[in-house]
Design a protein. Structure first.
Length: 303
């Protein structure tokens, strides 16, 4: 089960709040609306957010609702689940000695998705808030936007020209979220043969995969500069991964190839999105290139 809100001193108006979340990029941007709602509910409270380092910290570093960061947050050894549970309880106990209100958002239950509730709503329930903005949030500053524009220029795309972004890899889910590599290659080939549009593909620095027909970026300055590029794209094609959830924070059109967990529990939330799924943990090969390409054709891309 998800950890409960713990408050040993039972203050109705906490002066200090601790929120912890060890999760992926998608989890963090889906938690951002609850952070905003919690800050609005307790405007005078100092809010500390516990998060992992690197890109996980980067994606929320600009959040104006967070007063302080606890980074890197890492509260279980990569051993047996019983130790994860015990260490988690110890961290919750220690944080409750320091803060009036403590919430550990991440799940210790691997079957959380069977309850059928979306992560964004689970986070809101854990924080005890009602969401006015039920959609991922990403905060960008001027430097992020400038760095994103540099990436676009590096790709040979002039200001105002349409382009597509692709996020073809998922770092979580043990491979069940990944669409076959050759399917992406075929999809890219079809897009290039029909449309006059550049494609930027984002992969992790450790990725060894190549995506011919696209400009592959694996060394962006920050994950927020990647978000800036995606926010300016005409269309984002992605798996159920962090970058697709980041895209949903903007007005970018999205085609999401959703594999793995149920759409209703973690699918991208955007009025501009189309989600392609064949059911829970379906065979990735069951989603054809034809199906995805037909959705791409529906968008106003230049011929």
């Amino acid at each position: 089960m998800f950890s409960q809100i713990i408050s040993y001193n039972n203050k109705k108006m906490p002066k200090s709040i601790y929120i912890g979340l060890i999760g992926g990029l998608g989890d963090l941007v889906l938690a951002a609306p609850s952070i905003a709602a919690l800050k609005k509910k307790y405007p005078n409270a100092k809010l500390c957010f516990g998060v992992g380092s690197g890109i996980f910290y980067e994606i929320i570093a600009n959040d104006p609702n967070i007063d302080q960061f606890d980074c890197p947050l890492f509260y279980w050894p990569p051993t047996k689940n019983i130790w994860k549970s015990l260490v988690r309880k110890k961290v919750a106990f220690v944080k409750n000695l320091q803060y009036d209100l403590v919430v550990l958002l991440d799940s210790s239950d691997r079957e959380w998705w069977k309850k059928g509730k979306h992560l964004i709503d689970i986070y809101a329930d854990r924080c005890g808030v009602t969401l006015e903005h039920r959609r991922a949030i990403v905060h960008l500053n001027e430097k992020d936007i400038s760095e994103g524009e540099n990436i676009i220029r590096y790709a040979g795309i002039k200001k105002g020209e349409p382009f597509i972004t692709i996020s073809p890899e998922s770092r979580s889910g043990g491979g069940v979220k990944n669409w076959p590599y050759n399917n992406f290659l075929e999809l890219i080939k079809r897009i290039n043969s029909k449309f006059q549009v550049q494609i930027i593909t984002f992969v992790s620095p450790s990725s060894e995969m190549n995506y011919p027909g696209t400009i592959v970026v694996n060394n962006a300055p920050t994950i927020r500069s990647v978000a800036s590029v995606i926010s300016q794209s005409s269309l984002h094609l992605g798996l159920d991964n962090g970058l697709t959830h980041i895209a949903s924070a903007f007005e970018t059109k999205i085609v999401s190839i959703h594999l793995g967990h149920p759409v209703e529990t973690c699918g991208v939330i955007s009025p501009n999105s189309v989600i392609i799924s064949n059911g829970v943990f379906s065979d990735p090969r069951s989603i054809s290139v034809d199906t995805v390409f037909k959705e791409v054709e529906k968008h106003s891309l230049p011929y």
